[in-house]
Write a new protein. Structure first.
Length: 173
């Protein structure tokens, strides 16, 4: 997405706007996108600050970015719901469909992660998805394969009571 100009260029705009450094947002000569961006920035609350340099940004703080409110999270921008803009259903991100689901995983839209058996392609046994091992089980929880979710007690890690107790003791120390 390209940056939206806040001022009219030299070719467009009325004489009043070209002579002023900061043209009035109510002037009819300004392009529509600039007016819309100005309205969003005007509605933004005072706790949202202007965009500083990348090194000066504070993680988790809201900023005015590309005409919307955005949150800086580690190395990239997120919406105000702390999700990637592309996948935020509440913000109607471009990666969401009309059924309010992630487009690539929507069965009704026929997303590219859905196979002909109406299952998620990577977990479909008939299609031999990449998350299915040679034993026809989910790769991460397959005991003979030594999946990544199997603990030292030969159980699924999230369901192992011994591992949970060990984590609680380690956290309390």
């Amino acid at each position: 997405m390209s940056s939206v100009p806040t001022q009219p260029d030299k070719k467009s705009g009325c004489d009043k706007c070209r002579l002023k450094e900061n043209p009035s947002p109510s002037c009819t000569c300004l392009p529509r996108r600039s007016k819309k961006m100005q309205q969003v920035l005007d509605k933004a609350s005072s706790d949202i600050s202007r965009l500083p340099r990348r090194l000066d940004r504070v993680e988790g703080k809201e900023y005015a970015f590309k005409g919307t409110r955005a949150v800086w999270h580690k190395k990239r921008w997120h919406c105000i719901h702390l999700r990637s803009w592309n996948r935020c259903i509440e913000c109607d991100g471009p990666g969401t469909c009309i059924h309010k689901k992630i487009r690539r995983a929507c069965k009704l839209c026929g997303g590219n992660q859905i196979c002909v058996h109406q299952k998620q392609r990577s977990f479909c046994k008939e299609c031999r998805g990449n998350q299915i091992c040679v034993h026809d089980r989910v790769r991460g929880t397959c005991l003979p394969c030594g999946g990544s979710q199997i603990c030292t007690h030969s159980r699924i890690r999230s369901r192992c009571s011994e591992c949970k107790q060990a984590r609680v003791v380690a956290v309390s120390k």
